[in-house]
Design a protein around this ligand. Structure first.
Ligand code: UDP
Length: 317
C-alpha cells in the first residue's frame, strides 16, 4: 500500500485531496499547524485506520517513521486577507517549509508534489497565462510575501530535482472554490455567498472589472491526480478558463442564492490586485488529458448549500 504525506491537509484543498487519496487506496498522514486549516475539514476521517493527523508546523524539522511514496506540499495561507496578517508565516512555510518537505522527500525517495499558484504570474501582462510567462510580480507589495515565496518554492523544488534527482511535480493552481472554504476566508467566493445569503450588501472591490476564472475543487483534485500519475514535472496550470468580471460574478452569486442583496463598491483590499486572470490549459489538456467538467452553476449549488449549513451552525441564518 502506498503512503502519502499531505502538508496543509486540514485546509480546504488539502482535505479534499486526503479524501481522494484514501479513495484511491493510499495511507495518508496529514501535517497541519491549523493556522488557517481546521480539524472540522478532516473530522469525518477520524478513526480511519489509513489516516493519521499530526498537529505540526512544517517549517520545523520533519521526521516521519516508515516508507513514504508521496509528499503533497499544500501548507500555506492562501487568501489575500492572510497576506498582511500572516506575512512571516507565509514566507516561512513556502521557503523553510518547502525546504524541509523536500529534505524529507529526498531522504525517503518520495515523489514531491508542489502546489504553486497563478500568483507567480503576479498582475499578468500576458493573457491568458501560459506556463512560459515569467510574470509581473512586485516583490515589496503586500501580495509579494505569497507570490515571491511561491516562486522561491518552485525554484528550490527544481533545484532538488536537478541537483538531488528528486522526482517532482509542480502544479500552478488558479482560483478554486467549493465546500470547506473558510466562512471568513475573505476570498471572493465565501464573501459573496455569505453576504448574499445573509441579505447583506455584496462588496465588489475596485471597479469590479477585474477578472477571475473559477475552478470547482473536484476538478482541481482530478488534475492533481493525473499529474502525479504522469511522467510530467510541470509546472502545469490547473484551473478553469471560464473567465468573468467580479461584477458579473456578483450577479452569478445573486442568481445562485436567489438573493436580493444590493451590490456595493469598496476599495481594493491589496495593491497589485491582478486585473485579469485566466489559465491557458493547453498543457493540462494535451499532457494530462485533463479539463474541468463541473459547471459554475453545479459547483455553486454545492458550495452555497455548504455555506448555508455553516451560517446556520454559526447562528447567522
Ligand atoms: N473581491 C471582491 N469582493 C470581495 C472579495 C474579493 O470584489 O468581497 C475581488 C478581489 O479584489 C479580486 C477578486 O475578487 O479582484 C478575487 O479575490 P480573491 O480574494 O478571491 O482572490 P485573488 O484571486 O485575488 O487571489
Amino acid at each position: 500500500m502506498s503512503r502519502a504525506l499531505v502538508t496543509g491537509g486540514a485546509g480546504f484543498l488539502g482535505s479534499h485531496l486526503c479524501d481522494r487519496l484514501l479513495a484511491e487506496g493510499l495511507d495518508v498522514v496529514v501535517m497541519d499547524n491549523l493556522i488557517t486549516g481546521s480539524t472540522d475539514n478532516i473530522a469525518h476521517l477520524a478513526g480511519n485506520p489509513h489516516f493519521k493527523f499530526l498537529h505540526y508546523d512544517v517549517t520545523e524539522y520533519l521526521f516521519l517513521e516508515g516508507p513514504l511514496d508521496y509528499i503533497f506540499h499544500l501548507a500555506s495561507p492562501a487568501s489575500p486577507i492572510d497576506f498582511p496578517t500572516k506575512p512571516i508565516q507565509i514566507l516561512k512555510v513556502n521557503s523553510l517549509g518547502t525546504h524541509k518537505a523536500l529534505g524529507l522527500a529526498r531522504a525517503k525517495g518520495s515523489t514531491f508534489f508542489l502546489t504553486s499558484t497563478s500568483e507567480v504570474y503576479g498582475d499578468p501582462l500576458v493573457h491568458p497565462q501560459v506556463e512560459e510567462y515569467l510574470g509581473n510580480v512586485n516583490p515589496i507589495g503586500v501580495r509579494g510575501v505569497y507570490d515571491e515565496s511561491k516562486r522561491f518554492a518552485e525554484s528550490i523544488t527544481m533545484a532538488y530535482h536537478r541537483f538531488h534527482d528528486v522526482d517532482v511535480k509542480i502544479v500552478r493552481i488558479f482560483n478554486t472554490y467549493g465546500p470547506r472554504m473558510r466562512l471568513n476566508d475573505g476570498r471572493v467566493v465565501p464573501n459573496f455567498i455569505g453576504q448574499a445569503l445573509r441579505g447583506d450588501p455584496i462588496t465588489v472591490y475596485g471597479n469590479g472589472k477585474q477578472t477571475r476564472s473559477f475552478c470547482y475543487c473536484s476538478d482541481l483534485i482530478e488534475g492533481f491526480w493525473r499529474l502525479v500519475n504522469s511522467d510530467q514535472t510541470g509546472p502545469i496550470n490547473i484551473g478553469n478558463p471560464s473567465e468573468r468580471t467580479m461584477l458579473e460574478f456578483a450577479e452569478n452569486i445573486k442568481a445562485a442564492t436567489k438573493s436580493s442583496s444590493e451590490i456595493i463598491f469598496q476599495p481594493l483590499l491589496t495593491e497589485d490586485d491582478p486585473k485579469q486572470r485566466k489559465p491557458d490549459i493547453t498543457k493540462a489538456r494535451e499532457l494530462l488529458g485533463w479539463e474541468p467538467k463541473v459547471s459554475l452553476e453545479d459547483g455553486l449549488r454545492e458550495t452555497v448549500d455548504y455555506f448555508r449549513g455553516k451560517l446556520k451552525e454559526a447562528g447567522q441564518l
